[in-house]
Design a protein around this ligand. Structure first.
Ligand code: GUN
Length: 295
């Protein structure tokens, strides 16, 4: 029987733990504060930013959403980053990506105080993940790792194949799974759009983590019988039979792959809810570290 790993259930468990840590911080006079900066009016970004703010408030954290117009200059955005770096009521913040094309994302990320970088995008935090001494973990890979740990998937000595090499998911995911410790200790391969004989490699995976951004890219011939498949993809495809005219599918051809796996994440309902959850975990951690107050 295939097990469905549902992000909502795993996230609910983590939120319970976060609530206790937040209560404790608040009992000592510290309210964890998270700020999100949104430049412009990208529709998908607006949805993500709204959800982050709502979750902060639901958890009793301080939430600040900074909306800046699409014409914002680099100098104005850098000034905002500087202001948030200095604001002691804001323990963590992020600048929602992508930014409008005229803005330099790398310069913005580099300007964020690493101790407030809850996205874990600053090079010093990325480096700490690589050497196995992280302050923060990037939200989506951390969410995937928690799903594996909390659904009892053995990772030690297993072959993890990561499909995709983005800075946000593929590369940090691989770096985390190769570390020593719980939910890791894996043998790791990364494959990507230029890999030769990709299915030959993915068929060796005990755990296949897919983040390549191509709808239903992974087909049954690419998956070993009994593998665990984690689908990080969210792609909107046209579907005239749907009320909206479109629907979300993952990077895995779920309907055809599912029966071959021992466990799989659906889209939607799989990894999705974990990203905001782990972002909140980073914000709580930032508040604990800054204040020295920890349950
Ligand atoms: N855009 C898509 N995902 C993310 C994320 O995790 N953080 C930020 N800042 N922007 C994003």
């Amino acid at each position: 029987m295939t097990k469905l790993i549902l992000g909502k259930d795993v996230a609910a468990e983590i939120y319970e733990e976060l609530r206790e840590r937040i209560e404790f911080l608040k009992s000592k006079g510290i309210t964890p504060g998270l700020a999100v900066v949104l430049v412009g009016d990208d529709p998908a970004s607006q949805v993500y930013v709204r959800k982050k703010g709502e979750m902060c408030e639901e958890l009793g954290m301080k939430s600040l959403t900074v909306r800046m117009p699409a014409e914002t200059t680099q100098e104005q955005l850098m000034a905002k980053v500087d202001e948030l770096n200095k604001d002691s009521s804001i323990h963590g913040f992020l600048v929602q990506l992508p930014l409008p094309k005229h803005l330099d994302e790398e310069a913005v990320i580099n300007a964020i105080d690493p101790s407030k970088d809850v996205d874990c995008f600053h090079p010093s935090n990325v480096g700490r993940v690589l050497i196995g001494n992280p302050d923060f973990l990037p939200a989506t890979p951390a969410g995937v790792q928690q799903m594996l740990i909390r659904s009892g998937v053995e990772t030690s000595g297993k072959h993890v194949v990561v499909i995709g090499r983005s800075n946000i998911v593929g590369k940090p995911m691989a770096a985390m799974m190769v570390q020593k410790g719980a939910g890791a200790d894996s043998t790791v391969s990364i494959v990507h759009s230029r890999t030769k004989n990709l299915p030959e490699i993915t068929r060796q995976a005990d755990i296949l983590i897919v983040a390549i951004g191509k709808p239903r890219f992974v087909t049954p011939d690419m998956v070993k019988e009994g593998a665990v498949v984690i689908d990080v993809g969210t792609n909107r495809i046209e579907d005239p039979t749907h009320p909206k005219g479109s629907r979300l599918v993952g990077d895995v051809d779920f309907d055809n792959v599912k029966d071959k796996t021992s466990a799989i994440t659906p889209v939607p309902g799989g990894v999705g809810p974990m990203t905001i959850c782990m972002l909140m975990a980073n914000a709580v951690k930032a508040a604990e570290t800054a204040s020295g107050v920890r349950l």
